[in-house]
Design a protein around this ligand. Sequence first.
Ligand code: BG6
Length: 489
Amino acid sequence: MTDLNDHLSIIVVGASGHLARTKVLPALFALFCQGFLPRHFRILGYARTPLSDDDFRRTVEENLTCRYTPQESCAERMGEFLARCTYRGGQYDSAADLRALGPALAEAHDGQPDNRVLYLAVPPHVFLPVARALGDAGLAQAPTPDTWCRVVIEKPFGRDRESSTLLTRDMETVFSEEQIYRIDHYLGKEVIQNLLVLRFANAMFEPIWNRHYIQSVQITWKENVGIEGRGGYFDETGIIRDVMQNHLLQILSLVAMEPPPRLDATHIRNAKVNALMCVPPLTPDNLVLGQYVATNRGGLSIPGYRDDPSVAPDSRTATYAAAALHVVNARWDGVPFLLRSGKGLDGRLSEIRIQFRPVPGRMYVLPNGAPNELVIRIQPDEAINFRIWSKVPGLETQLELRDLDLQYKTAFSQLIPDAYEDLLLDVLRGEKSLFIRGDELAAAWDIVTPVLHDIDQNQREPTTYEFGTRGPASADELAARYGVLWHLQ
Ligand code: BG6
């Protein structure tokens, strides 16, 4: 836990980039406004772009919001925050350039020892050179009884199991596993954090949370925007590495895990690793790949993936993937977990849809036989709905599916924090439940690595789908093979 009297330095490497400007620095401001940053904190931006302190402050300010501060005092709070932000330019892999930060920090803290967060908001191929340069520059200080030093990195961690293991091993030459905080920002989302509460604080779910009552689990992630010039990263990565290996498998592990003996980082993450280890590797016949193509909307033409100037014109990179997985253990044997993720689709949605088995004996004839469902909507419009059959009021017995509906917007008056606010606060507190442990990462890579190699070796072509649609029809056929009708959402 950080004492409010401690000295804290936050070094953001890649500070002029999109992630730092739009997520990390605004989240730090939100923590500052809520009194979570210690009195003596400094933010030191570092990146290749040459910027003066004032230029840097201007770029930071553009993305700060007054969510937690009344409008009249917000400008003052921003001024106080920005006064603690400074910037140095330099090469990512240059220990000599980074070394200049040491004296600047010592001066800023009047020589007092500081706790340190090193945030690596940089492209994945420079994680290691940056980590080494920070180490060589003496900035990755070893923890002492009074101070700590933590490094935060963002996915993707490696490209497959082997490269990820190598990265983990090499990072450990500079930082111990204890010091490394691997972010999957989905774990910081409010509804995802509510999953464990839903499962383990309510008496009715645990008894039915198994193969006897649940017939399928669907996890959907979709965006209605395309790549829009960000192909430099995505074309190398593809949707499986970008979203499925991390965000979707993390959600799967939280749905599938056994109750941990205690709700602490070690036991929660043990339970997640155990669940992931019960998932056999994804096979090519259980995977549908897609890539969006151009479309025309009301006279407006929307370019396809390959038309994007940042994408290779013959790219085979998938922008859509649907997968059928199983968790082979006593709780879940035989229950399909259907995952789909895609860009350039017909809407923006992240949700978990748990479909229950029909009532034994089938006393009622249910119109279209639809099952009970528990729908957990992560975004937009956070909600938890239990879809139950109900009698429509009237003299006839007519049944309809209706929602027991917990809509966050109406049920709670509190603001929903951005995932990065939660995660950064946990970094300061040394709370690791919401960060990916090394063995958890390895278990997730084990599930998708064989199929990723198969795609590369066989140069598998994704099926095309028109921008703004539901994605390839073959995904529906995959779901149908497991007796599941994808929800139309
Ligand atoms: C990131 C992916 O991890 O998550 C992006 O790299 C994706 O491709 C983003 O757009 C989506 O995040 P969110 O929170 O908007 O669903």
